[in-house]
Design a protein around this ligand. Structure first.
Ligand code: NDP
Ligand code: MG
Length: 383
């Protein structure tokens, strides 16, 4: 029996993970769950999965859960997430909160030598340098990527040696506005940006997909996870979202992982690795129905989120934390209709120009860069 902790169990990845577990109750036990605002859903999840520990984001949710389940060890807010990161009983912790808020829990779990099933890419983008250092200090800890592209790269990297890798090729669906030019993006509404052609996901990542900032975050995530130079990480737009990413080796062989557009596979693999198990939870890919697979260059001029991410990554230090924080706030402001769609790029660009990068020595350096950037963006654009 493996004990699973899920941070963000009320979200899109979290509920998919619970579906994976639902089909394998004799193999996985839910030890802890966390939600933020949706305490009604977490109450249903507690009834079904009976976790020992729960963390919730609001006082209202805290009271409701406490009343209904007095036996549960209950935590609140950001500190609660951190507490769940420290649990001895956990075998695998799935980090599926949205945003850099997941970073402290991830750090705690590494210090406890746990397996981290990492969906929360913002953590790796903001804190990758520090997390890589920590993983060396705590060699029992391991990160198995859940992001579909990184899971595909992780799987494809087992076909050869790291020294023989020529390029990583990350695929992108192209998001809701593939093929559109800047002029056509000026008056995009929140509802337009929330319509993703292929994947059903949380709101923040769906907006990130429409700006291609998500792909930018993934380029940085790939650099931090696999230690490949930015010049050797490429992006290919692949609208069918069947090839989840590829590794090109020195002999020009390309090894890819293909699958249905279903996050349950990378989630389950992060739980069972190195085993591969069948499950009723997993969608089947029918290649005959897919028919054709196509690939094209990303439009870096229109979708500036991608070149800005390369820039932040190459500068390094705290700049990736700034790229991430500026985007998180910009997306929030866009969803509140305080800024226009294209201003998301302006905000990221200006926040980066405004920041003098520092070397990342510890978690505090990252959190400070993150907070300063948030303050700066709110101050300038949030009114
Ligand atoms: P959702 O928005 O669907 O879910 C986010 C989860 O985080 C919810 O449980 C939410 O709680 C919780 N949460 C939000 N804000 C806070 C906070 N301030 N403190 C604590 N918890 C919080 O997101 P997704 O599931 O789509 O994405 C989760 C992560 O996985 C992201 O980092 C995303 O980039 C990554 N990812 C997602 C993919 C997908 O297919 N969805 C694919 C690849 C990566 P509540 O709802 O209760 O408020
Ligand atoms: Mg992805």
């Amino acid at each position: 029996m493996k004990n699973i902790t899920i941070l963000g169990s009320t979200g899109s990845i979290g509920t998919n993970a619970l579906e994976v577990i639902r089909q394998k109750r004799d193999e996985f036990n839910v030890v802890a769950l966390s939600g933020h605002t949706n305490y009604k859903l977490i109450i249903e999840q507690i009834e079904e999965f009976n976790p020992k520990y729960v963390s919730i984001g609001t006082e209202e949710g805290f009271k409701a859960i406490k009343e209904k389940f007095p036996e549960i060890k209950l935590f609140l807010g950001r500190e609660g997430l951190k507490q769940l990161g420290q649990l001895e009983e956990t075998d695998i912790i799935l980090t599926a909160v949205s945003g850099v808020i997941g970073i402290e829990a991830t750090v705690e779990a590494i210090k406890k030598g746990k397996r981290i099933a990492l969906a929360n890419k913002e953590t790796m983008v903001a804190g990758g340098v520090y997390i890589r250092k920590l993983l060396k200090e705590y060699p029992k800890a391991e990160i198995i990527p859940v992001d579909s592209e990184h899971s595909a790269l992780f799987q494809s990297l087992s076909a050869g040696k790291r020294k023989d890798v020529k390029n990583l090729i990350i695929t992108a669906s192209g998001g809701s506005f593939r093929g559109k030019k800047r002029e056509e993006l000026k008056d995009i509404t929140v509802a337009d940006a929330l319509k993703h052609p292929k994947w059903s996901m949380g709101k923040k990542i769906t907006i990130d997909s429409s700006t291609l900032v998500n792909k930018g975050l993934e380029v940085i995530e790939a650099h931090e996870l696999f230690g490949i130079d930015y010049d050797r990480i490429k992006v290919a737009v692949h609208p069918q979202s069947i090839v989840h990413s590829l590794v090109e080796y020195n002999d020009n062989a390309m090894i890819a992982q293909l699958g249905a557009t279903d996050m349950k596979l990378p989630i389950q693999l992060a739980f069972t690795y190195p085993e591969r198990e069948e499950s009723k939870a997993l969608d089947v890919l029918d290649l005959m129905r897919v028919g054709a697979l196509t690939f094209e260059e990303p439009d870096m001029e229109t979708f500036k989120g991608l070149p800005l991410a390369y820039k932040a990554g190459k500068i390094g230090g705290t700049m990736t934390a700034v790229f991430n924080a500026a985007n998180e706030v910009a997306v929030e402001l866009f969803m509140k209709e305080k800024i226009k769609f294209l201003e998301i790029y302006d905000i990221i660009e200006k926040a980066m120009e405004n920041h003098i990068p520092e070397e990342v020595k510890d978690l505090e350096t990252i959190l400070k860069a993150d907070q300063n950037t948030r303050n700066w963006v709110y101050e300038k654009y949030g009114k």
